[in-house]
Design a protein around this ligand. Structure first.
Ligand SMILES: Cc1cc2nc3c(=O)[nH]c(=O)nc-3n(C[C@H](O)[C@H](O)[C@H](O)COP(=O)(O)OP(=O)(O)OC[C@H]3O[C@@H](n4cnc5c(N)ncnc54)[C@H](O)[C@@H]3O)c2cc1C
Length: 310
C-alpha cells in the first residue's frame, strides 16, 4: 500500500514525486516512459536555472532527484483506476495492480494515433511517434513521416539528415507548418512528398517493411517500401479510464481547482492533463509540486502543508 501513486513520469509527475518523498510519503510513479514530452525537445532553453540542454538530459536530472529521494518507479501503462475501501487501485495493461491512499494523475498528453491496421502491432518495431527519440535507429534506411504540421515537417527535415530516403505523407496538398520550414522542405531532394494521401496500413512481418497509402483524389493505392514510420500528428489527452471518478471538460482534460484537487477527494491532477494554460515544462513542474503538497495536506487531515511562508 503506497501513500501516493503518481501516474506519469514527465515534468509534472517527477516533481510531484520529489515533493511527496520529501514529505516522507511512500511514493510510487507508474509510467510508460520517463520524461514525457520534454524528451522531444532537443534544445530546451526556457527552463530556468539549468542553461540550455537536451530535454532528455533535463528529465534525467528530474528522475535522479525523484529516485534519490526514495520514489519507486514502476514502468507500465495505467489503464484502470478503482475506488477501494482504503483508497484506490491502479491497474496496468500488463495485468499488475497497485494500491494507494491517494492518487496524483500527471500523465500529460499521449501521441494521437492513426487507428490503422498494424499501427499498434509495430509500435517500437519500426513505428514511432517521436522522430527525435528514434531517428538514430534508421541511419541509411528509408522512412516515412506522417502529418502536415510543424512537428511532421521538421521531423521529415531531421530524418533527411540521417535516413537514406524520406517520404512525407500528408492528407492535404499544403502544409500547416511555418512557411520558412515548408520552404526548406521543398528544397530538400531527399524528401519525397506524398500529398493528398492517407496511410491505410502498416505492412510487415516481424518489423515494418512498408506503408500502404491511398490517394484520396485519384483513389490510387500503393505501398511505399520503408523500414520506419514516424507518426507526427499531434497529441491528445486520454482520460477515458478515470472519467468515472473525476470530472473532465469538453477537451477531456481533468478539471482541477487552484490547488490541483479534482472533483474526487483523494485524487489530484496536474500538468498537461488539466486545463491549466500555457503548457510548458516549468509550469508542469510547478503544478506537480502543488499537487503533491495538496495531497500531503489531504493525507494529514488538512494540517500538513504550509500554504504561505508569510
Ligand atoms: C515537441 C514538443 C516540444 C516542446 N518544447 C517545449 C519547450 O521547449 N519548453 C517547454 O517549457 N515546454 C515544451 N513543450 C511542452 C512540455 O514538454 C509539456 O508542457 C510538459 O512535458 C508537460 O509535462 P507533463 O508531465 O504534464 O506531461 P508529459 O510530458 O506528457 O508526461 C506524461 C507522462 O505520463 C506517461 N503516461 C501517459 N499515459 C500514461 C498511462 N496511461 N499510464 C502511465 N503513464 C502514462 C507518459 O509516458 C509520460 O511519461 C514541448 C512539447 C512538445 C510536444
Amino acid at each position: 500500500m503506497y501513500d501516493v501513486i503518481i501516474v506519469g513520469a514527465g515534468a509534472t509527475g517527477l516533481t510531484a514525486a520529489i515533493y511527496a518523498c520529501r514529505k516522507k510519503l511512500k511514493t510510487a510513479i507508474i509510467s510508460i516512459d520517463v520524461g514525457g514530452q520534454t524528451n522531444l525537445t532537443s534544445h530546451i532553453e526556457n527552463y530556468p536555472g539549468t542553461g540550455p540542454m537536451h530535454g532528455i538530459e533535463l528529465m534525467q536530472r528530474f528522475q535522479n532527484e525523484a529516485i534519490g529521494f526514495g520514489a519507486e518507479l514502476i514502468m507500465g501503462k495505467a489503464n484502470k483506476v478503482d475506488k477501494t475501501d482504503n483508497g484506490f487501485r491502479v491497474g496496468l495493461a500488463n495485468g499488475e495492480s497497485y494500491e494507494c491512499k491517494a492518487l496524483i494523475l500527471a500523465y500529460g498528453k499521449v501521441p494521437r494515433s492513426l487507428g490503422i491496421e498494424n499501427e499498434e502491432k509495430f509500435l517500437g518495431r519500426g513505428v514511432s511517434t517521436c522522430v527525435t527519440c528514434d531517428l538514430p535507429l534508421f541511419k541509411n534506411r528509408d522512412v516515412a513521416v506522417i502529418g502536415g504540421g510543424n512537428s511532421a515537417v521538421e521531423g521529415a527535415l531531421e530524418s533527411a539528415t540521417i535516413a537514406k530516403k524520406v517520404y512525407l505523407i500528408h492528407r492535404r496538398d499544403s502544409f500547416r507548418a511555418d512557411e520558412i520550414t515548408v520552404e526548406k522542405l521543398k528544397q530538400n531532394k531527399n524528401i519525397g512528398l506524398v500529398l493528398n494521401s492517407i496511410s491505410t496500413k502498416v505492412v510487415g512481418d516481424k518489423n515494418v517493411e512498408g506503408i500502404e497509402v491511398e490517394n484520396i483524389v485519384t483513389k490510387e493505392k500503393k505501398t511505399l517500401k520503408v523500414d520506419g514510420v514516424f507518426i507526427e500528428i499531434g497529441y491528445v489527452v486520454d482520460t477515458s479510464f478515470v472519467q468515472h471518478l473525476v470530472k473532465v471538460n469538453e477537451k477531456k482534460e481533468i478539471i482541477v481547482d487552484e490547488k490541483c484537487n479534482t472533483s474526487h477527494a483523494g485524487i489530484f491532477a496536474a500538468g498537461d492533463i488539466t486545463p491549466v494554460p500555457y503548457k510548458q515544462t516549468v509550469i508542469a513542474a510547478g503544478e506537480g509540486s502543488k499537487a503533491a503538497l495538496e495531497c500531503y495536506r489531504w493525507l494529514t487531515g488538512g494540517k500538513g502543508a504550509v500554504l504561505d511562508w508569510s
